[in-house]
Design a binder for this molecule. Structure first.
Ligand code: 13P
Ligand code: SF4
Length: 305
């Protein structure tokens, strides 16, 4: 409505005046994706932070995304409009759990998902995201013992795909893990000609029925580059905005009804305006943790390209 238009204009003016670069995830509200300078999956958000033309970055996403920007860009100011927006899956294990595992498996390589707190990245050998997990794991010799943490679905899906055993911690995304095989079958019955695109945080039974499995950006590219017109999608509903915006005449059906990440959606235009006005909340990572975490993230970026 009109109020939103005014709010958006105020944000756009202020962000220009204060030279703030807004990086948003595809799960953000549509209005937030629309005002962002960059919208991407979690991998490309980290790279966009490094390449940001401005010294002040506002990250519209959950806490680990702002933290990754702060880890990679210690000389930039990284703002979070809602530092309480978190990823429950990322918080399901602690750095102490990882250190215990390392003590018992001293030769293991720790590959941690970017959906982890900085303390876990700091005790990991390398990070990965859903867009590069396969490529990164393939870089290690087949005899190497790899522990992937979290999420167990991504771990098992990658392990199945490359035919390799991986250790993993039990954890899952509460949003993606709720999609069942029955949900998908019901949608396929209603739309038999539809292609199925899923995120690798879904359970392996769902992934095994997919035509495509990949990151949020991967799913969007798959839909836009496919000649098919109908798609069943198993990821958070936010990805539909980028597809719809492209006006490519695609019909999208979510695999389950409530595919909403409440933490992602807790960020609002009002909070973004306040954040830029007050230059708050500045996200910082203690230097002793940041250095180790940066090594794991930078190694991911090198191994991905
Ligand atoms: P992507 O890296 O695919 O954007 O995924 C991030 C995420 O939180 C998925 O739930
Ligand atoms: Fe975390 Fe799942 Fe939300 Fe992604 S969708 S941020 S993995 S809770």
């Amino acid at each position: 409505g009109k109020d939103d238009r005014q709010l958006i204009q105020t944000i756009l003016d202020l962000k220009k005046e204060k030279n703030v670069y807004i990086i948003a995830h595809y799960y953000q509200r549509e209005s937030i994706q629309d005002i962002a300078d960059f919208v991407g999956d979690s991998y490309s958000m980290a790279v966009a932070a490094q390449k940001s033309p401005s010294n002040t970055i506002l990250v519209a996403g959950v806490d680990f995304m702002a933290e990754s920007a702060a880890i990679l860009c210690p000389d930039k100011t990284v703002l979070s409009p809602e530092p309480l927006a978190t990823c429950p899956m990322a918080n399901s294990i602690s750095a102490a759990d990882v250190l215990d595992y390392k003590e018992q498996h001293p030769d293991s390589i720790i590959v941690s998902y970017v959906n982890t707190p900085a303390e876990i990245k700091a005790v990991s050998d390398i990070c990965c995201t859903s867009s590069n997990a396969e490529r990164i794991i393939k870089r290690f010799p087949p005899e190497a013992n790899i522990c992937f943490l979290p999420d167990q679905n991504l771990a098992v899906n990658v392990a199945n795909r490359i035919g390799r055993r991986l250790d993993y911690f039990t954890s899952a995304c509460p949003i993606h893990a709720q999609v069942t095989e029955e949900d998908l079958d019901a949608k396929l019955q209603a739309h038999p000609e539809a292609m199925v695109a899923v995120h690798p945080e879904c359970i392996p039974e769902v992934v095994s029925k997919a035509d495509y499995c990949g990151s949020t950006a991967g799913i969007i590219n798959f839909v836009l580059n496919s000649s098919a017109k109908k798609f069943i999608i198993a990821t958070e509903c936010g990805v539909m905005h980028a597809i719809n915006k492209a006006n490519a005449d695609k019909k999208l059906y979510l695999a389950a009804e409530e595919l909403i990440c409440p933490n992602m959606k807790s960020i609002t235009l009002e909070k973004i305006l306040y954040s830029i006005e007050q230059m708050q909340t500045v996200i910082t990572v203690p230097e002793n943790i940041r250095v180790g975490a940066a090594m794991a993230l930078e190694k991911m970026i090198i191994y991905s390209s």
